[in-house]
Write a protein that binds this ligand. Structure first.
Ligand code: GSH
Length: 201
């Protein structure tokens, strides 16, 4: 399998951490790529019509995209694993947390993409609306943070990647000040080798 990736992408990071935690990383060749909403990458678009990363090229040449789909696909290679749970309440908890963290990241990327615009075309109300979504997602994460505990599943991994991205691109937000329980959890979780090896660059 080949994973088209960019080292700064939090969605790529989530997929790669899932691969590392499942021990599937050795079966995946990583190919550096680029993605931009305004400068289409023809090679990437030939594999993924949305032109987004991550994109996975399977051994038979077919492609998968959408980081949640890729995590599901990797999980399906090792039935019964706990990283991508497929049954019971642990499945819904992991999927919900992944959706929450991915939504936070979608809002964060929209804020970043707003900065691509010429200054006179930027719209503060739009940016404020996306920032409000980030804060609301953080509130929800903090509300349930005690439940994160020792969990290492696609939901807690997604939350870790979202927090790591805020540290990387939104340090001024100082999310730890508002989220003490999450902050304590993240301090320990971020020590995992899968996290330290995938620091955004
Ligand atoms: N929902 C997608 C989001 C992926 C995404 O937005 N990736 C960014 C890089 S972090 C990208 O490719 N952006 C290029 C674009 O929006 O055209 C997923 O979960 O994979």
């Amino acid at each position: 399998m080949k994973l088209l990736y960019a080292p700064s992408s939090p969605f790529v990071r989530k997929v790669w951490i899932v691969a590392l935690e499942l021990g599937l990383d050795t079966q995946i060749e990583r190919i550096a790529s680029t993605a931009s909403p305004i400068k289409p990458n023809q090679d990437l678009s030939s594999h993924n019509p949305l032109g987004k990363l991550p994109t996975l090229i399977r051994d038979d040449g077919t492609t998968l995209f959408g980081s949640a789909v890729l995590c599901d696909y990797l999980g399906a290679q090792l039935p019964g694993n706990k990283v991508v749970p497929t049954e019971g309440e642990s499945k819904w908890r992991a999927l919900r947390d992944q959706c929450l963290a991915d939504g936070l990241l979608d809002a964060a990327l929209l804020v970043r993409y707003e900065l691509i615009r010429p200054e006179e075309s930027r719209w503060d109300i739009w940016t404020d609306g996306q920032m409000a979504k980030i804060v609301a997602a953080l509130d929800a994460i903090e509300h349930d943070a005690k439940g994160l505990g020792e969990r290492v599943d696609v939901g807690s991994i997604a939350i870790g990647c979202a927090l790591g991205y805020l540290d990387f691109r939104f340090a001024a937000l100082e999310w730890r000040k508002h989220c003490p329980v999450t902050s304590a959890w993240f301090q320990a979780f971020a020590q995992r080798p899968s996290f330290t090896q995938t620091q955004p660059a």
